[in-house]
Structure formats: C-alpha cells, structure tokens
Design a protein around this ligand. Structure first.
Ligand code: NAP
Ligand code: EMF
Length: 316
C-alpha cells in the first residue's frame, strides 16, 4: 500500500478549511492543522472543533504565523493547503518563504477557493480582492514551489442560504439582476474532497483546477423554482437592478464593497460561467468521475429538513 502524504492545513478551523481537514482525514492522510493558540478568548465553536479534530486523530499545532514556528511544522509534512481568511491572504508570503527554505513540500494549495482569478474581470472591489490572490500565485511560481490553484466557484450552502434564507421563512426572495445568469454552486464538503484529491494528483501539479460539476450550474431563477417545487410554495421576487448593485459597489466603504461586487460578478454578469472549460482545462468532476458530489437538488433536500442558521455576509 502506497504511503499516504502527510497534509498540513493552515486555516483548518475555518469555513472552508474545516471541510479540507475532514476530507484529508476521510481519505486516510495523516493530517495536521496549524492554528492560532487556543486560550480563554477562543470562541467556543473553534474550541469544540479542535476537540473534534483531536478525536478524529488530527494533530493540532498551535502557533502564530512566524517563520521559525511554521518552518518547523512544514518540515514534517508533504503537502501544505492554505485556507486562511481573505484579510490574511498576504500572510501566505510567510508560508511560501518557509516552504522554500524547507525544500520538502510536494504541493502547495494557496487560499483561493473561489473565482478563477485570472479569467474574469469583475467590478473594481472584487478585482482588487482577486489581484491579491493573483499576486500570491506569481510569488509561488517565482519561488518554484509545486502548486495547484483551486477555483472552487461558489460555496453552495453559503450562497443558497444567502439567497433563499430558508431559516427566515420569508415569502419574498431577493434576486440580483434579472436572475438568469448561470452560477456554479458547490457543496462545501465536496470542495474539501476535490481539494485533497487534487493536492495528491500528479495531473494537477502546477495547474489550475476548476470545480464546475454539471449539476451545480444554476441561475437564481432556476434555484428559486427548484426550491418552490420542494417547498410547495410560490415566492415573490424582489429584483435588485444591476444599476443599484453597481452603485452600492461604488458607495459602500471597504470591505463592505467586496461582497456586493462578488454578487454582481456571480449572479448579474455570470462571470463564473462566462468562459468555456476547454481541452486544456482541468475540471474536478471530470478528473474524479467516480466521486459522487452533492448536487444542488440534493443540497435543497438537506435544507428542507435542516435549514442552516441565518446567512452572514462575511467575505472570508
Ligand atoms: P475564515 O473561516 O474566515 O478563516 C479561516 C481561518 O483563518 C480561521 O479559522 C483562522 O484560523 C484564520 N484566521 C482568521 N483570522 C485570522 C487572523 N486575524 N490572523 C491569523 N489567522 C486568522 O476563512 P474562509 O471564509 O474559510 O475563507 C478561506 C478562503 O476561501 C478565502 O480565500 C476566501 O476568499 C475563500 N472563500 C470562498 C468562498 C466561496 O464561496 N467561493 C466562500 C468563503 C470563503 P485559526 O484561528 O485556526 O488560526
Ligand atoms: O462575501 C462573499 O460572498 C458574499 C456574497 C465571499 C465569501 C465569498 C467568496 C466568493 C468568491 O467567489 C464566489 C470569496 C472569494 C471568492 O472568490
């Protein structure tokens, strides 16, 4: 039996990161999570998650993003996956430096997990957001570190909850633009699984992998219709015009201007399906056809029985 790569996750206690950690464990990898020190100020949900990780056999390494500390743990693994929050995106330079010094890392996955950063041209606030991630891609390439960049498109539970608000039992749903543009909504657990698979796959070395499974390509209007079929209820629609959305992106102060710019890119412009997956591209469901991802239809069935808590407009 081939020895499993040891995987280290930065940001592993986060929204995306926890799915990566769980996927790493479920796929049989020795898994380490580098996390800021736990103390009396640590939020109870993170403390509980770390306890759960311990019981799953995850090795928790507590520390700050400081060179010597991260170098020491990087020397113990084969693969590094970073899921740090957006405000810490440039902190990845420290991880890149440590990987260069260590010299043992087979693959580095930077904290992308969203748009295909170099194939869309969104409103300025989202573009500025993407430019930082693109900068990190260039630094990784310049360092000669083997990498895989992940374009996970939209986290389905996050965005379906944000759009439908099932928890709030509203009779009207907000629609951005005319609701026709196609988005790609991928269940967070599948983002974790695809990411760990890709991180271990020779085919994806120094490549971008796009997560665009066919059953997860959907417009807001299609999503609402599906939800109406499942609920047996017809919702009113409150349309927010593109002009209003653009105006908000221009008038809201940073960082509040980023989420509205993302909504514009995803749901008004349809940027995330605005380019073809060509012969040269790597798409996750084509790379791993035997992996049964959770479709939007299946996710709505989950929401029916277990609606998530109210949406928050974070921009992690
Ligand atoms: P998050 O949950 O907000 O944070 C991830 C981790 O970052 C936290 O668990 C924490 O780890 C660490 N962190 C947070 N604040 C920090 C600070 N001040 N200093 C040092 N570390 C800090 O992040 P996320 O929402 O999962 O985002 C991860 C990536 O996914 C980002 O690149 C984001 O843009 C992307 N994303 C994409 C989507 C989508 O729909 N496509 C949705 C959400 C996020 P510890 O406390 O364990 O140190
Ligand atoms: O705030 C967000 O969405 C609100 C509508 C951010 C967290 C979501 C996100 C999405 C992305 O692409 C869809 C972060 C990074 C992305 O590239």
């Amino acid at each position: 039996m081939e020895k499993k790569n040891r995987i280290l996750v930065f940001g592993g206690t986060g929204y995306i990161g926890k799915n990566i950690v769980k996927a790493s464990v479920s796929l049989g990898h020795p898994t380490l999570v580098y996390t800021r020190p736990l103390n009396s100020q640590t939020c109870p949900s993170k403390t509980q998650l770390c306890n759960d990780f311990n019981s799953m056999g995850v090795t928790l390494v507590q520390g700050e993003l400081q060179h010597d500390q991260i170098l020491k743990v990087i020397k113990q693994v084969d693969i590094v996956i970073c899921a740090l929050a957006y405000p810490q995106v440039m902190e990845q330079l420290k991880i890149i430096d440590a990987i260069k010094v260590a010299g043992n890392i087979k693959r580095f996955i930077p904290s992308g997990f969203g748009a295909e950063e170099e194939r869309i041209n969104p409103l300025p606030p989202f573009q500025a957001f993407l430019d930082k991630k693109i900068n990190i891609r260039r630094e990784i390439e310049a360092a000669g570190i083997p990498y895989t960049s992940v374009s996970a498109n939209c986290c389905a539970a996050y965005f379906v909850n944000y759009l439908l608000r099932p928890y709030e039992k509203r009779n009207q749903i907000v629609v951005y633009g005319n609701g026709e543009a196609k988005a790609v909504l991928n269940y967070e657990e599948d983002v974790g699984m695809y990411t760990v698979k890709a991180a271990n796959d020779p085919r994806t070395c120094n490549r971008v992998v796009i997560y665009r499974p066919p059953k997860n390509i959907i417009s807001q209007n299609e999503l609402i219709s599906l939800w109406e079929q499942k609920c047996g209820y017809t919702f009113g629609k409150a349309f927010v015009s593109e002009e209003e959305i653009v105006k908000r992106s221009q008038t809201l102060p940073p960082p509040d201007n980023i989420p509205v710019s993302i909504l514009h890119s995803v749901f008004v412009r349809g940027d995330f399906t605005g380019f073809e997956i060509g012969e040269e591209d790597l798409e996750a469901s084509q790379l791993y056809p035997d992996y049964n991802y959770t479709s939007i239809r299946q996710l709505l069935d989950i929401f029916l029985v277990d609606p998530p808590a109210p949406a928050s407009a974070a921009f992690g």
